[in-house]
Design a binder for this molecule. Sequence first.
Ligand code: ZN
Length: 97
Amino acid sequence: MPLRNYSLTHSLTSSLIVKHILVDCTRYSAARQRYFGVATLKDVFEKVASRNTIAYVKDIGFYNRILCCFHISLIALILTGILTLLLIHILTAFNQF
Ligand SMILES: [Zn+2]
């Protein structure tokens, strides 16, 4: 159960990072305009050539440093995940007695 929750949290986190980098991050909005000029994640996958997406990711240096404004909300997300796991663990242990 905790393992399943972990992978769920992990895949959710990964897709949030992808969406943030490709659509939301204000730090890279100028670079996004240069390469994409689209506003939604759906548009990025449907209308933007994949070489543009790759060029954008290289340009913002995503391969070298992932840190942007997202990592604050990422930390919050991880903490929430840990607290949830802890709560499940406590409740499970409590129910055994
Ligand atoms: Zn950001």
